[in-house]
Design a protein around this ligand. Structure first.
Ligand SMILES: [Zn+2]
Length: 687
C-alpha cells in the first residue's frame, strides 16, 4: 500500500511563497547585487575579535561572513554592518544559551501559530464539511507565514542568529557527529534557519515555472480506447483515460497474466517511448479525436491515415524552465550554491555521491539477477524492459477484505469511535496505559474528505490531526488500514514534539523516515484488529522482501537518470529543449545499458526517462528508494523486539542528520544490504 498524502509542515517558516507587500510604503527597493567587500569583512572580524578571546575565533569568522553574505544595502551601510557585528556577538556560554532558549521559544510560537492558522483555514477543504465555497478555496491557498522570512531579516533577528549560531554544511555535520552533544545539534539546527535570502522575484519565477510544469503533467492524458495496432484493432476500453506516467504504469502492472495482457503492455510501453522521444503526435495528448498506432507512430482520422506534428519538445521545455529558475537562485545560496546540492545535501541531507553509490551498489548486486530470473520463470518468457514494473510480489492476505470491513465497521462506526480506541491500540503495541493516554490526548481524529492524512502540531499544547474517512456505515477495512498508517505519523509527530529535549530537534531527518515509521504501524493492522496474520508467514515475508527489492531497483534507475540529467543541464546551461531531449534519451539509455541491460538481456531502452516527477518535481525522486531502504532496515530491526520501546528510542533522536539517525536507530547507516540479505533467503523460499 502506498503512502497517502502526508502534510510536511516541518519548516513552515520557509514556505516558498512570494508576493509583494503593496501596502508597505517603507519598503526600499532591494538591490540584490550589493555585496560587502572582503576587506570590510576582514575589518569587521578584526573588530569583533578585539572584544573577545581567541577561543571564539571560529564562531566570529564564520558568523561575520555569514551575516555579510546575506546583508544588503537596505539593511544598512558598511558602518552599520560592522557595528551590528560588534554589538551583537555573544561569547559567554550562558548568555548564548539564554539567547538560544528564547529564540527556540519564539520559533515554537511562530511555527505553532502559523501552522494552526493553516490547519484551520484548510478545514473546509480537508474535512467532510459540505459544499466548498469560493472563499474556502482562496483562504485555503493562502499561506499566512509567507512573509516571515523577510520580516526576520528586516528586524535583524535573522542576522542575529547567523552571527551567533554558525551554520554547518552537511559534510561538517557528519564530521562533527562523533563529538557533538545534543545541545550542539540543536545549535546547528538553529544555525540552519537562515542560510539563503532569495529575492521575491526569483521565487515568483520559480513558482510560476513549477506550477506550469505541474499543469502540463496534470493534463497529459492518453485516451487508451483510441490506441490501435497495425490492423486498427483496439485493446483498451473506449472510456479509459490514463495520465502519464502513473496511470500508464499502473495499467501496465494490472495486465500481468491477463488475456491480451502482453500485447497491451507492449502498446503502453510504445506510448511511453514516444513520450520520452517526443515523437508522439501533438493531437493525441489529452484528446480522443484521432486513432493512434504508437508502435509505427501512425495517426488515423476515421480510419484514414493522416499527417501530424509531433509534440514540440514541450516536456523538455518545462524541465529547462525549472532548471533555469532554480539555478538562478544559486548565487543567493552561499552554502549550497547549486540546486543539486540543495536537493540532496540540504533537503535530504545525503550527498549526491552518497546516494549515487548507495543506488549503484544495490542495482549491481548479484541478488537482482536472481530476482530477474525468478520473474522470467514465473512469466514463462524473457524479460521486457517494462518488467521493471513487474507486480507479482504483492503479498495478498488470505483474509477476506469484506469480512474485515464487517469487523472494522462494527468497531468504528464514527471517527470518534476510532479516537476512543487509540489508547487501547497503543497499549497493544507496548505503551503503558499512562503513556498511551498521554499520546492519545494529543491526537484529534477528524472525518476527512479524502482518503486521509496526518498533520502534526508545531507547538506544545496543540494537537496533531488524524484525518480519516468514515463512510455512512462506518470505517471499512481500507480506511482502517490507512488510519493505522496515519496514526503512526501522529505518534511520531507527538513524541518528537512533546518529549524531545530541544524544540529545534523536533521531527525526523526527512520524509523517508516519517513514512518508515508510519509503515511500521501499518504492518500491525491485522494484529491490532485481533485477527491472525496470514498463515504462511515465511512466504509473506519472502514476498515482501522481493517486492521491496524490485521496486527499489526500478526507482533507483529512474533517480539516477534524474541526477545525471541535472548534472548535464549544469554543464550545458544554454541548451535548447531539443538538445535536452537528446541528452535525456542518451542518459536514460546509458543507465539502462550499464545496469539494466545485463539483467534484462535487452539493450538501448530509454524507458527510465518516462517518470513525470523528473519534469514536475525536480530532483525529488531519490527520496522514494531511500525511504524503501530505511523502512526495510527499521522493520527488520524492530522485528521480535518491544515495538513501543524501539520506536520511542528511535524517535527521540529527533532531527539529527539521516546517517546519524540510522546508526542510532538500527546500528548502521542507510544500506540496501538488509533488503538484499532478505532477498537471498526469499529466493530459496519462493524457488
Ligand atoms: Zn504516510
Amino acid at each position: 500500500m502506498k503512502a497517502p498524502v502526508y502534510f510536511l509542515m516541518t519548516i513552515i517558516l520557509f514556505a516558498v511563497i512570494s508576493c509583494k507587500n503593496e501596502n508597505n510604503q517603507q519598503t526600499k527597493p532591494v538591490k540584490v547585487d550589493f555585496s560587502i567587500s572582503d576587506d570590510n569583512i576582514l575589518e569587521a572580524i578584526r573588530k569583533v575579535k578585539e572584544e573577545h578571546t581567541d577561543e571564539q575565533s571560529f564562531r566570529i569568522e564564520r558568523g561575520v561572513r555569514q551575516v555579510a553574505s546575506l546583508w544588503r544595502e537596505s539593511d544598512g551601510n558598511i558602518d552599520e554592518f560592522m557595528k551590528f557585528c560588534v554589538d551583537n556577538f555573544i561569547s559567554d556560554d550562558e548568555k548564548l544559551y539564554t539567547a538560544f532558549k528564547k529564540l527556540e521559544h519564539n520559533f515554537e510560537i511562530l511555527n505553532g501559530t502559523f501552522n494552526n492558522m493553516s490547519v484551520k483555514l484548510l478545514e473546509p477543504l480537508h474535512l467532510d464539511m459540505g459544499d466548498i465555497h469560493f472563499i474556502d478555496n482562496i483562504m485555503g491557498a493562502y499561506t499566512p507565514a509567507s512573509h516571515i522570512d523577510e520580516d526576520l531579516f528586516r528586524n535583524k533577528m535573522a542576522f542575529y542568529i547567523m552571527l551567533n549560531f554558525p551554520s554547518y554544511s552537511l559534510k561538517e555535520k557528519s564530521e562533527n557527529a562523533e563529538h557533538w552533544s545534543r545541545k550542539d545539534w540543536a545549535y546547528a539546527r538553529i544555525g540552519d534557519l537562515f542560510i539563503s535570502r532569495i529575492p521575491a522575484e526569483f521565487l515568483q519565477l520559480a513558482s510560476v515555472a513549477a506550477t506550469d510544469a505541474d499543469t502540463y503533467i496534470a493534463n497529459y492524458n492518453i485516451y487508451m480506447g483510441n490506441l490501435v495496432d497495425e490492423d486498427m484493432k483496439t485493446y483498451f476500453p473506449e472510456d479509459m483515460v490514463l495520465i502519464s506516467h502513473w496511470g500508464l504504469r499502473d495499467e501496465l502492472k494490472t495486465n500481468y497474466n491477463k488475456e491480451d495482457g502482453l500485447v497491451k503492455q507492449k502498446m503502453i510501453y510504445d506510448v511511453m517511448l514516444r513520450i520520452v522521444s517526443q515523437g508522439i503526435p501533438e493531437t493525441v495528448i489529452n484528446s480522443n479525436e484521432y486513432q493512434w498506432d504508437p508502435k509505427n507512430n501512425k495517426l488515423y482520422k476515421d480510419g484514414e491515415e493522416t499527417e501530424f506534428n509531433s509534440e514540440p519538445y514541450t516536456r523538455y521545455e518545462h524541465l529547462l524552465r525549472n532548471f533555469k529558475s532554480l539555478s538562478a537562485m544559486d548565487k543567493y545560496n552561499p552554502i549550497y550554491p547549486t540546486y543539486i546540492e540543495r536537493a540532496y545535501d540540504e533537503s535530504m541531507e545525503l550527498t549526491q555521491e552518497e546516494i549515487e553509490k548507495l543506488f549503484i551498489d544495490f542495482i549491481t548486486s548479484p541478488e537482482i539477477k536472481g530476482v530477474a530470473n525468478l520473474i522470467s520463470k514465473r512469466l514463462g518468457r524473457n524479460l521486457e524492459p517494462f518488467d521493471i514494473w513487474y507486480d507479482g510480489f504483492k503479498a495478498r492476505t488470505n483474509v477476506d477484505e469484506d469480512e474485515l470491513s464487517k469487523v472494522t465497521r462494527r468497531k468504528y462506526p464514527t471517527a470518534k469511535a476510532f479516537k476512543n480506541d487509540i489508547p487501547r491500540i497503543l497499549m497493544d503495541l507496548g505503551w503503558s496505559r499512562e503513556k498511551a493516554n498521554y499520546i492519545a490526548d494529543k491526537i484529534s481524529v477528524d472525518p476527512s474528505r479524502g482518503a486521509g492524512h496526518a498533520w502534526g502540531a508545531e507547538m506544545k499544547g496543540d494537537v496533531a490531526h488524524l484525518r480519516t474517512r468514515v463512510g455512512k456505515d462506518g470505517m471499512d477495512y481500507k480506511g482502517y488500514n490507512i488510519a493505522i498508517h496515519e496514526l503512526g505519523h501522529n505518534v511520531e509527530q507527538t513524541i518528537t514534539l512533546y518529549d524531545i529535549d530541544y524544540y529545534m530537534l523536533r521531527g525526523v531527518p526527512n520524509t523517508g523516515f516519517t513514512e518508515a515509521v508510519a509503515f511500521l504501524f501499518q504492518a500491525n493492522d491485522l494484529k491490532l484488529l485481533g485477527q491472525n496474520s496470514p498463515s504462511d508467514h515465511s512466504k509473506t515475508e519472502a514476498l515482501s522482501a522481493l517486492d521491496n527489492c524490485w521496486s527499489s531497483f526500478e526507482i533507483m534507475g529512474v533517480s539516477l537518470v534524474d541526477m545525471y540529467v541535472w548534472q548535464w543541464m549544469y554543464e550545458n546551461p544554454d541548451a535548447n529543449p531539443k538538445e535536452l531531449k537528446d541528452a535525456v534519451e542518451k542518459i536514460a539509455i546509458k543507465v539502462w545499458n550499464d545496469y539494466y541491460a545485463p539483467v534484462f538481456g535487452v539493450k538501448d531502452s530509454p524507458i527510465l526517462g518516462i517518470y513525470s516527477h523528473m519534469i514536475a518535481s525536480p530532483l525529488y525522486l531519490a527520496n522514494y528508494p531511500v525511504g524503501h531502504l530505511i523502512e526495510f532496515q527499521a522493520e527488520q530491526y524492530v522485528k521480535n523486539k518491544n515495538f513501543s520501546d524501539e520506536i520511542t528510542r528511535m524517535l527521540l533522536q529527533g532531527r539529527v542528520i539521516p546517517q546519524v539517525w540510522m546508526k542510532g536507530a538500527v546500528g548502521s547507516e542507510i544500506s540496501g544490504q538488509p533488503t538484499l540479505n532478505a532477498v537471498k533467503k526469499a529466493l530459496n523460499v519462493i524457488n
